[in-house]
Design a protein around this ligand. Structure first.
Ligand code: SAH
Length: 349
């Protein structure tokens, strides 16, 4: 069966046309999905019963099962979703004040090979489809009470979003469309290791999305070691492509920097980073390393973090230290998938 969420743009209208049904039925179905939070065709009560049945025979509404659902004390919730082919991905709902942020995955695994990241330890298995990306959003939306809406999207789950742009961008179109989830494009952040060609494409298409580039090192020697894909496009190319994106959409860039104790958290690294970013409209998001079982890296000391922040600030670079959310539920970066790799799926009531 076809995944309805992959067919919203052309497949669903074509199906209706062939059945001799009016085009507005597609709009009704979409409304039920995105605004009505329908979880089955039978719930789409203003559609004729015969249409509901033929839709159910032609399309599947869900292709994932919830393999695990975790909730942390800080109200962060994480879903481990089992895809139709048995692969598993993660998505997270983060509550901060009025914000309801969802963090979604774009690939099963990841090919970038960042040495400290749990998602890519076994390489990439495959790209997610547009429908599978959208389904994460809808599943997370269902965790909210009816009077609350998803407000922000961060594409910071498993995978490298810029390696799967052809499926991600249509998913974001539905997420931001008034006929979809209606989330402002300005509240969408795409986090990337920084693939220059894909960044240039994004820049030329003039998207409103906020860009976060994962640097993790202020020079090529260290970045080659921590972010192996850097060997094919060095820091200068990555930063130049980020500049191009900024020139196209004018939104302040974010540079992410995972602080690994005694590895990239020294004053000399902060000074080099400040020199690299000083002239730019950019913010540095420092992320203290979140330990991954089996990896040898260390969380930085509080003193090292403070020192790093101070050097950047003194150089006039804006900086923020990311507050960790959902630690107790393995919320970061492919960790739940790993820790539950052998667990059987459990569908929640
Ligand atoms: N592929 C994208 C999205 C990755 S996840 C990217 O590279 O940006 C979002 C951020 O979490 C990235 O900056 C990533 O490097 C970081 N991250 C991965 N593993 C981490 C860990 N164990 N501790 C802290 N941050 C981590």
């Amino acid at each position: 069966m076809k995944h309805l969420l992959d067919q919203l743009g052309t497949g669903l209208p074509a199906f209706l046309r062939e059945a001799g049904l009016p085009a507005y039925r597609a709009r009704q179905v979409r409304h039920w999905l995105f605004a009505g939070r329908a979880s089955e065709f039978a719930a789409m009560t203003d559609l004729p019963a015969a249409l509901r049945e033929s839709l159910a025979a032609e399309f599947s509404l869900w292709t994932t099962e919830i393999a695990a659902h975790r909730q942390a004390n800080d109200e962060t919730e994480k879903l481990l979703l089992q895809l139709a082919d048995g692969n598993r991905i993660e998505c997270v709902l983060i509550r901060e004040g009025e914000r309801r942020t969802c963090c979604v995955s774009t690939q099963v695994g990841c090919a970038m090979g960042c040495v400290f990241c749990a998602s890519g330890l076994e390489g990439v298995v495959r790209n997610l489809s547009t429908g599978e990306i959208l389904e994460q959003l809808l599943r997370l939306q269902q965790l909210l009470p009816p009077d609350e809406r998803l407000s922000h999207i961060v594409v910071m789950g498993m995978g490298e979003p810029l390696a799967n742009l052809d499926r991600l961008l249509p998913a974001l179109e539905w997420a931001t469309s008034p006929e979809g989830l209606g989330i402002s494009g300005r509240r969408v952040t795409i986090s990337t290791v920084g693939l220059p060609a894909a960044l240039q494409r994004l820049a030329s298409e003039k998207h409103p999305y906020h860009l976060a580039v994962s640097l993790h090192a202020p020079n090529d020697a260290l970045r080659n070691q921590l972010v192996p894909v850097n060997k094919s496009a060095g820091l200068a190319d990555v930063v130049a492509a980020a500049d191009e994106y900024f020139a196209a959409n004018g939104r302040r860039l974010t540079f992410e920097y995972v602080l690994l104790g005694n590895l990239n958290d020294q004053p000399e690294h902060a000074k080099q980073l400040a020199a690299l970013l000083r002239q730019r409209t950019a913010m540095v998001n420092l992320i203290p390393y979140n330990p991954v079982a089996g990896l040898p890296y260390q969380t930085p000391s509080g003193r090292a973090v403070d020192r790093f922040v101070e050097i950047l600030q003194n150089a006039g670079v804006e900086v923020q230290v990311r507050v960790r959310k959902g630690d107790q539920i393995d919320a970061a970066c492919g960790q739940l998938r790993r820790s539950l790799a052998t667990t059987e799926p459990v569908t929640l009531p």
